[in-house]
Design a protein around this ligand. Structure first.
Ligand code: ADP
Ligand code: MG
Length: 329
């Protein structure tokens, strides 16, 4: 059954309790109101997911679509070093989508919102004759002056990345060939999950913003592209050591030959890439291990033309800025 009236739909997705103590009013009035904290900066970001561009019924369930739509926004807050707090959802619904699937989308969002104690405080509900489109806005906060920008990279910094790279792209490969309901082997299941349930690295963003002056970016389009964004914003040269790029056992098992290309150019890992002074490395690595997230040194920052180089056992080449681009028709 599709939605009959948006009011009963909104009533069903309206949270009954809230986590954030500074929320004055959430869903139910013309707008939400939040008490500002004088010691904090506000962070705001928005991302849109469109059916058949970002997901299809073959690759993602409604629950996963919701989870991921919020997770990718939280990842942007993580990449500033911030704490996610609130979210708003605008959803354009085609007539054929059943209400039960729409409620599943909100359950998927609630799953990750609960993990970070985030409150749903508003949104908009409209119908469309085109694809299902979900736009999520996330608010976050960070202590005054502690935000981590792409422009913070400096000559002499080391380059790091969290987790492993390329898994999500391999998972998408599998899903496009065999679909989400296929009986996958264990290592394949891992890759598919990495595509469907990205884990924003909020804890690492917090460790970094507390301890050091890092540059930071989340990996939505592959590190080749993200490292270039840091190099451009900071006007530095970044060299990545090919053999240091962290690749999971499961990705090697999937396709050892292609694994490095998937790691450099594959999208949607939602790990963090950044740079920091060498002096802070040991402490930060230890704190990341304590929260169960691996962090790997993969390169160095030097003076020079803004660009990203790949060091393959002493042979240096330019890494192209290729990754996913919506307007490469
Ligand atoms: P208005 O006519 O003032 O725009 P709406 O009927 O669109 O009010 O929304 C009523 C309340 O429900 C508002 O608080 C709005 O933020 C919230 N809301 C509407 N649609 C959604 C949605 N898809 N997800 C979350 N909150 C929503
Ligand atoms: Mg409205």
């Amino acid at each position: 059954m599709t939605i009959r009236d948006e009011f009963s739909f909104i009533n069903q997705i309206k949270p009954k309790t809230s986590f954030q103590h500074n929320l004055i009013t959430g869903i139910g009035d013309d707008a939400a109101i939040i008490q500002q904290q004088p010691e904090m900066e506000q962070i705001i970001c928005m991302d849109t997911m469109v059916e058949s561009v970002h997901f299809t019924s073959q690759t993602m369930s409604p629950f996963q679509i919701g989870y991921k739509a919020l997770a990718v926004n939280i990842s942007d807050i993580a990449a500033m070093g911030g704490i996610p707090t609130f979210y708003l959802v605008s959803i354009a619904i085609p007539a054929h989508w059943p209400e039960r699937d729409l409620l599943s989308i909100y359950e998927g969002m609630a799953k990750i919102a609960n993990k970070y104690h985030m409150d749903l405080i508003g949104g908009d509900t409209v119908s469309t004759s085109h694809a299902l489109t979900i736009t999520v806005t996330v608010l976050g906060e960070i202590e005054n002056g502690k935000h981590l920008l792409r422009s913070h990279a400096k000559d002499g910094d080391l380059v790091f990345v969290t987790g492993t790279l390329g898994d999500s792209a391999a998972g998408l490969d599998l899903l496009l060939h065999k679909g989400k309901d296929y009986q996958y082997k264990e290592f394949e299941q891992y890759l598919v999950k990495r595509h469907q349930y990205p884990e924003p690295r909020v804890e690492v963003g917090r460790i970094l913003s507390n301890l050091t002056m890092a540059s930071l970016n989340d990996v939505s389009d592959g590190i080749a592209s993200e490292a270039n964004e840091i190099a451009e914003a900071s006007q530095v040269m970044i060299t990545i050591d090919r053999d240091s790029v962290p690749i999971s056992q499961q990705l090697k098992q999937y396709d050892e030959q292609r694994s490095i290309d998937l790691a450099l150019y594959g999208g949607e890992d939602y790990e963090l890439i950044g740079t920091m002074p060498e002096a802070n490395w040991k402490t930060i690595k230890k704190q990341c291990e304590q929260v169960g997230i691996s962090i790997t040194k993969i390169g160095t920052v030097s003076k020079g033309k803004p660009s990203v180089l790949l060091n393959n056992k002493g042979t240096i080449s330019n890494i192209e800025r290729k990754g996913y681009n919506h307007f490469n028709f």
